[in-house]
Structures are given as C-alpha cells and as structure tokens.
Design a protein around this ligand. Structure first.
Ligand code: K7E
Ligand code: CUA
Length: 655
C-alpha cells in the first residue's frame, strides 16, 4: 500500500506498523519483527515511487480502440467483475481489465478457509429460509446444510436503471435457491429456497424504480401440488417466481408452460421476460427440441399485482401462485413464439428492446418493449411485437451491448463473437438491403455468456467485453483431463473488437456483470453492531455476563460449554480450555483488531473446524467434543511475525 493510500485511510505507514506491533499484547520484540512484507525498505521504496492508484488508473482512458488492459503493480482496476462460480457454488470478485481474481465469496458451497457451511453465522444464513420439507431432508440425510450449489447468474441491485451498490443476487440451479450478497461487507446475508420449482435458473433484478423484485425462473417442469399428476408429464409445469429483494421473502409465483430458461426485466418496471424451451413438455432431448418455435413468456407486473389484490391465486406450499399458463389466456402472461429453443434474454440499455437468443436457431429475435401494452390490450398479435430477427451464425446464446447501438452475441457452435447494429437489423427486417453484422471475432472456444462494462444498465459505457468460453483446449498449459474454462477480454472501445487477454477459470463461470468501481464501496473492517453476526451469540454472551470484546471466559451449564475468547495478534485470550468427552461446545472468537486487513482464524485440529474472524467480527462454531485428547487450535490467517505461535489447546477428558 502506498503512503498516500495509508494517509487517506487516516494511518501513516509508521502507525500501521506501530498498531500491529502494539497489538502484540505485551510480547517483547514482536513489534521489531513487524508484519510480513510490510517492514523492509525495498517495499517502502516501491510503494513510494508508485503514483497514487487513482492517477495511474486514469491513464487507461486512451484513444478509442487502443485502451490498455495492463494494470501495473500497485495500480487498481476500473471495474469490479461479479463472476459466477457455477458448480463451485461460490461467487467470485475480479478486477477488470486486469482479470485478476480479488476474492471468492462462499455462497452455496462449503469453504475451508472461512468456515462457510460450518460456522454458526453461516449455518443461520444457509438454513434460515428453507422449506420444512428440506429441513427434514437435511436431518434425515445427516447434513448440516446443502453441501453444494450451482450458481449461474450474478446480478446487482438497481435504483433507477443502474447499479446502486447495495446487493448482488444469484441463483442456485442445483437446490432451487436465491442468494443475496451484501456489497458493504461482501458476504452472503440471505438465502431463500424457492418451493414448487425444479432448477432455479434465470435470475434478474427489477431495474426500475428499484430492486424491488428479483425474478427467478424455475427451469424444469414438475408436478406442481394441486395441478400436476406424478405419473402424467403432460400435466407438469414450470413456475416463475418473484422474490422481494429487500426481505428475501417470496412475493408471488406464476404457473407457466414450457421450461423457463433465462430472463430479464425491462427498464420501465412494467414487464419481465423469460425465454422458454420445451413447449413440447417432453422429457428427452429429441422431444424437447422438436418444435420449430418455442416462446418468450412476458409477465405483466401490474396485472400480477392486481391479481394478487383481487385474490386470483391459489396458495401452494405457502406461496401465492397465479395461473399464467398459455391455455389459461390470463391477463398475467403472453407467449410470443420465438425460434427455436431460445436461451439468453437481454434488455438493451436504451430500454427499448429485448433480445432472445435462438440457440438452435441462428437468429436473435428482437422485441420492441413499447408494443407490449398493445399486445396485452389485445390490439396486436404476439409476433407483431417482433421488430428484427437477424441471422447471426450458429448457436447464439447471449447478447451484450455497448450503449452505442451495437449488440454483441456469442455464437456457441461457431466459437465466435458477432458484433451487429440493432437499428440496421430493424431496417433489414423491414426489407431494406442492409447487413447488420459489423464484425465476427474468433473466441476460444464455445462461448456462453458475455458481458460489457455497465452493459445491463442505462450507463453502458462500451469499453470492455468479456466472453466466457466453455472450452479452453490448447489455450493454456495442459492441466490434465479437466481443463479450465477460458474467459477472454475484448476491447470494444473502437470500431473493431480486439481480443486482448485470456484468463483461465475454474468450474464454471457462466455469467458475470461488470461494474464501475465507483458504484461499489465495501467497508474496511466490520461494525461491531452488524446484524450479520449470529444474534444468538450476542444474546448468550449477555446472559453469561460476557463482554465479547474483552472476553476470556469458559462457562459450563450441564454438558454445554461456552468458550469466549478474543483474538489479538498474536494471541487468543483463552490459551487453553478443558471439556469432558461428549460435551456440546460452542467457541466464540472476537477479533478486536481495529486496523484493516488483520484477519485472524480459528482452526481446531482433528475436529474439521476452521473459521475466519475479520477485524471487529465475532465468529462462532458449535460441535460435540466426541474425540478425547489434546487438540490444538491455531490461527490460520498469517497475521503477525508470531502468527505460528497464535495457538492454544482444547483438552477433552475421556469419559
Ligand atoms: Cu447460458 Cu445457465 Cu446463463 Cu450458462 S446459462 S451459458
Ligand atoms: Cu492470528 Cu495468525
């Protein structure tokens, strides 16, 4: 960190080191050793010679088409990328244009470093909003929580058609959940399970006036309670869900036909959309792709809210469900025929169009949002809403935008990115002799999602495009039979797309969004009053007469033992505690460091327990002391020159 940066944070380099030394809690000489990597003269010199990161970052605004993706040592990126972790179950934070991975945020996965899926704080979030049936399933299966998830679609909360920096949301296709990440601390704070669906896939937040709703697509058709029969797939349906983005409760559901795939919301706050394949209601690949046309389902939000008010719904497993099936001919939905098994669904940043990517058809179908009022009023027919349908190439999956009237579509089968002009495509559809395609660029290989900087907001700036490619093949050193994916950075600031960087990624970033760094302002340390901490810990500590910030206490109540300790580099306030075999033990660790980046950990050897404790945070874990003996606990975050010494022992006396 540069001295300027430290100064901005209200710290000088000297005081930064001084604080770390002082926090050595009376261990003589600890201060001299200092923090790893911070105290040698070389480091200081390098930091001093570097310009302030903000100045350096400004150098990136070069002439169009010539911007550099290089972000030198000590420089900061201009964009955050919120990257999905696919079947890894996490969300990842990257810097763009460097493509450097900044952080992994555990969500639907278990995480060895932070203890996600094991700490009381994370288990509260993972299990707070699951159905009673899932709770029983987990119990019967001997699971503390679902151990996996399949996170495809990360999107940020909006206010007035652009990012407001509050939350990120994402879906879990594997176990039908929607999560929320708080951007102030970059931690998952809510996870809600969606009942009545199978495979929550497409996910998008409402853009206007704000989020608002988070729309989630149920992909697979299932026998919905009270509607479908187990033994008759012709009676199975998919279900569309609106989650309240503030409370993370389910607002309503709509029963629909076909398999819902991807979705988006408009820029006006009136409609939302979902591509829909398998209008055949088939259970096999051949069956599901036999129709020439499937659908885009359009949802009328005002009509749905009106329907709820009037009581035109059934309550299915505690959720208000409206009937929006094709044959129901309801005021809630319209089914627009689209060729063939459409996949991606993307609203253009001018707020005018919705792009439906044909997948099995070489086309992208363009809907004019302004015609939807007439469609719902019965004044025009479904296909009258279509204003363009350019033939782009084989396997169009997703489309992104530069805010200058151009669209960029991934061609999965052709392994290409195609740049095309939206107005030209509309003219061509009207019969003008004009080719909307501007350029095709090879990508490596088989692209799925793509995303442009700020491209799903009204502030689309047309600087960078990232292509998320499913196969990397020969692009990297051979990593064995399982290869990384390949995320490629493309400069779109000029007339021509220019491929500038290959980035290997682990399974499997489906999607990302690229957010101007100024939109996101994470805090540097935790607030002691943060409700993210396990409320039970705070209440229990009060009952036990313990002040968590000063605690060094072991409380026994029958066979329940509560151990309260603080962590200050390089020591725990409780260096040893004793329990009896079979006791139920809860350990609460409070990190009382006040300076940024001083994270401690608590790893209990031989018990499968590790947790992160950020500066000013409390973390806790509950377990049964079934294994007798001496079990060391140690700090697994390198925090101090005496980090190795930051340890203690749990003694479990045999029965
Ligand atoms: Cu195209 Cu799940 Cu967004 Cu993957 S989906 S690519
Ligand atoms: Cu505390 Cu390492």
């Amino acid at each position: 960190m540069s001295d300027e940066k430290l100064e901005q944070n209200g710290l000088s380099r000297r005081s930064f080191l001084g604080t770390a030394a002082a926090s050595g809690a009376g261990i003589a000489g600890a201060g001299l050793l200092g923090l790893a990597g911070c105290s040698n003269g070389e480091g200081d010199k390098a930091a001093a010679s570097g310009a302030a990161p903000a100045e350096k970052a400004a150098a990136h605004s070069a002439e169009p088409g010539k911007q550099t993706s290089e972000v030198g040592p000590g420089e900061l990126d201009q964009y955050y990328g919120f990257l999905s972790g696919g079947q890894s179950g996490e969300m990842r934070l990257i810097g763009v244009p460097s493509m450097r991975e900044l952080m992994r945020i555990p969500v639907f996965n278990m995480d060895s470093a932070t203890g996600w899926g094991r700490t009381n704080e994370s288990l509260r979030i993972l299990n707070e909003k699951i159905t009673p049936e899932t709770r029983k399933f987990l119990q019967d299966s001997g699971l503390r929580c679902y151990p996996n998830g399949d996170l495809h679609h990360p999107h940020l909360s909006f206010t007035d058609q652009t990012y407001d920096g509050r939350y990120a949301y994402a879906n879990d296709k594997a176990n039908n959940r929607v999560c929320r990440i708080r951007l102030d601390v970059m931690k998952t704070d809510k996870i809600v399970e969606i009942p009545n669906v199978s495979g929550v896939h497409g996910l998008r937040p409402q853009r206007y006036p704000k989020t608002g709703y988070v729309f989630a697509n149920g992909e697979h058709i299932v026998p919905v309670d009270g509607v479908g029969k187990w033994d008759d797939p012709k009676t199975w349906n998919a279900v569309y869900t609106a989650v309240d983005g503030e409370t993370m409760d389910i607002a309503w559901q709509v029963l629909v036909d076909g398999n819902l795939d991807n979705g988006d919301a408009d820029y006006q706050g009136k409609y939302s959309f979902s591509t829909c394949y398998n209008s055949e209601r088939a259970l096999t690949v051949q069956g599901a792709s036999s129709n020439e046309q499937d659908w885009c389902v359009v949802f009328n939000l005002a009509a749905i809210e009106e329907g709820i008010k009037k009581g035109d719904f059934k309550e299915v497993n505690g959720v208000k469900m409206l009937d929006g099936r094709a044959e129901a001919n309801s005021p809630y939905t319209r089914y627009i025929p689209v060729p063939n098994s459409p996949h991606g669904c993307n609203a253009s940043p001018d707020g005018k169009y919705i792009m439906l990517n044909g997948k099995l058809s070489p086309t992208v179908t363009v809907l004019d949002v302004s015609k939807l009022d007439d469609l719902f009023a019965g004044k025009i027919k479904e296909r009258d809403v279509v204003v363009a349908e350019p033939q782009l190439g084989l396997g169009p999956l997703h489309t992104a935008f530069d805010g200058r009237g151009n669209a960029y579509t991934t061609l999965f089968i052709d392994s290409q990115m195609v740049k095309w002009n939206i107005d030209d495509a509309i003219k061509a559809y009207k019969g003008e002799k004009i080719d909307p395609i501007k350029q095709k660029l090879d990508v490596h290989y088989q692209p799925g999602h793509n995303h442009t900087t700020m491209g799903e907001t009204k502030e689309a700036d047309g600087k960078w495009l990232v292509s998320l490619n499913k196969f990397s093949k020969d692009r990297f050193l051979n990593a064995g039979p399982l290869k990384p994916e390949c995320d490629q950075l493309i400069d779109i600031s000029g007339d021509e797309m220019r491929l500038v960087h290959d980035n290997p990624t682990f399974a499997e970033p489906h999607d990302l969004c690229l957010v101007a760094a100024s939109k996101v302002n994470p805090s540097k340390t935790w607030d002691r009053k943060d409700p993210w901490f396990w409320q039970e810990a705070l209440e229990q500590a009060q009952k036990d007469g313990v002040e968590l910030e000063k605690a060094a206490k072991v409380v026994r109540e029958g066979n329940k033992v509560r151990v309260y300790m603080t962590a200050v580099a390089p020591a725990y306030s409780v260096p040893q505690f004793e329990v009896n075999q079979g006791d139920e033990v809860t350990v609460y660790v409070t990190n009382v460091e006040t300076i940024e980046d001083l994270t401690h950990g608590f790893t209990l050897e031989g018990y499968g327990i590790a947790m992160e404790i950020g500066p000013q945070a409390t973390s806790s874990v509950t377990f049964k002391a079934v294994r007798p003996g001496v079990h060391w606990y140690y700090c697994q975050w390198f925090c101090h020159a005496l980090h190795m010494e930051m340890s203690g022992q749990m003694i479990v006396k045999p029965k």
